[in-house]
Design a protein around this ligand. Structure first.
Ligand code: ATP
Ligand code: MG
Length: 417
């Protein structure tokens, strides 16, 4: 047990970590091009933030949070990114500055779930949020950002599905119709959904239990109940997406798992990685700010699961380049050459070159093997003879061609660049 990571968590060893670095860099680059700035919030928050911000009828709050008492406080490991980022925006009074605010984040999240492929207890998300903009321009901007990111990674087999979940006004009517529809089968609902039936029946559509899934077949859909304003915005969003050249399908069945969502809801889904097919999920949440005790702050954002993203890339056969150039290995033999090698390695590294040096003090043969193993482009050889003559040998590993050059920093740097 001592040497095993807890269930639902994963180490990222170097063989995998370089892939994470790659997608993180692409994401940061795309965000910069769209004018989004990074926000970093704490890994834990007051429990109340998630109860209010995520909603106490959600799976997250009802079953999945890592919560503990510390002194008089209840604290919770962040299960998602939107509430903390909104909390930070309110705390720092960013709403008083020119709007909108455009943020992105790159975070670990924690949910106590049944671990399976693409579902972990510590997982990782990219996300973006636009605060302060009511217009469907913002919704189209973030969908375009996600689309561009996925396109840049070379992912082709993801489908964008969009829906509108309306606003509190038009949801009332849908809610009544949905309850009417489910009433005859109330007893067959799972316990969680029995509770949702009164408090938030739309969430029943999103229940993972197969029983409940069957019961909601043919249920009234929110799209048929949209008020004029919500309908206008949903049309507007579709026009904006068409203008951006982003293909999409309308899926009236998308209900985001979180209560504060209004209007736009969307997902990027795939059927290539099994059951956990939603790689990116997002939407609009115009009432989260007030819910958290701030002013009215329209907001729209998405969360994108990095583990699922990597699974899709793997399933699509996308190779991530392991970009690890090693300009040279400095091989040494003998005490004086060793010190000379240490000095040379430090100076070359200071010049920006990537240099390997053997920490095992192997013989020349062992050091040449090491040069091959780390993929060094050159080996610089320093022995007693070389030191005495003021020369070093540089071997090009690709051709095995060996040249002798003066032992100066400039000459060596030039030779191995
Ligand atoms: P699901 O329906 O799959 O449980 P969700 O609605 O709970 O997803 P969100 O809260 O919208 O998910 O989170 C955004 C994204 O984070 C998801 O689309 C998914 O890619 C990823 N994600 C969510 N939960 C997990 C998890 N336990 N392990 C790995 N990735 C996850
Ligand atoms: Mg979930």
């Amino acid at each position: 047990m001592l040497t095993m990571a807890p269930k639902g968590t994963k180490d990222m060893m170097p063989e995998e970590a370089y892939k994470w670095q790659y997608i993180e860099k692409v994401f940061a680059d795309v965000c910069a091009r769209y004018g989004f700035s990074e926000v970093r919030t704490p890994v834990f928050e007051h429990t109340e933030l998630f109860i209010r911000g995520v909603g106490d009828t959600t799976d997250i709050v009802q079953k999945e949070m890592y919560t503990w008492e510390q002194g008089k406080r209840s604290l919770t490991l962040r299960p998602e990114g939107t509430s903390p980022v909104m909390r930070s925006y309110i705390e720092h009074k960013k709403y008083a500055e020119p709007q909108p605010a455009k943020y992105y984040y790159n975070i670990p999240c924690f949910r106590y779930e049944k671990p399976q492929s693409g579902r972990l207890r510590q997982f990782h998300q990219f996300g973006v949020e636009v605060f302060g903009a009511k217009s469907m321009m913002a919704d189209a901007e973030i969908i375009s950002l996600a689309y561009e990111f996925l396109r840049e990674l070379g992912i082709k087999n993801l489908t964008l599905e969009i829906n509108s979940v309306g606003c509190p006004d038009c949801r009332k009517e849908h809610r009544a119709a949905l309850k009417e529809f489910l009433k005859p089968n109330y007893d067959k609902l799972c316990d969680t959904c029995k509770d949702r039936y009164e408090r938030n029946p739309m969430r029943i559509i999103d229940c993972k239990s197969p029983e409940c899934q069957k019961l909601v077949e043919g249920a009234p859909m929110m799209l048929d109940y949209l008020c004029d304003d919500c309908k206008k915005d949903f049309d507007e969003l579709q026009e904006n997406l068409k203008a951006a050249g982003i293909p999409f399908v309308v899926n009236p069945g998308i209900v985001r798992g979180l209560d504060y969502y209004t209007k736009t809801a969307f997902e990027f889904v795939t059927d290539t990685i099994g059951a956990q097919g939603t790689v990116c999920g997002g939407g609009r949440y115009d009432h989260l700010g007030e819910e958290l005790g701030g002013p009215e702050i329209p907001g729209v954002g998405f969360g994108l699961g990095k583990e699922r993203l990597l699974l899709v890339m793997e399933a699509s056969g996308i190779e991530i380049p392991e970009n690890k150039p090693v300009n040279a290995l400095i091989a040494y033999m003998g005490e004086e050459p060793k010190r000379a090698a240490i000095k040379l390695a430090a100076e070359l590294r200071r010049k920006g070159l990537a240099i390997e040096i053997d920490c095992m003090e192997r013989n020349f043969k062992g050091q040449f093997k090491l040069a091959d193993r780390v993929g060094a482009e050159n080996t610089v050889i320093i022995g007693e003879d070389e030191l005495a003559s003021g020369k070093v040998s540089v071997k090009k590993m690709a051709t095995s061609q060996q040249i002798e050059i003066p032992f100066t920093l400039e000459d060596i740097a030039e030779a191995i660049k």
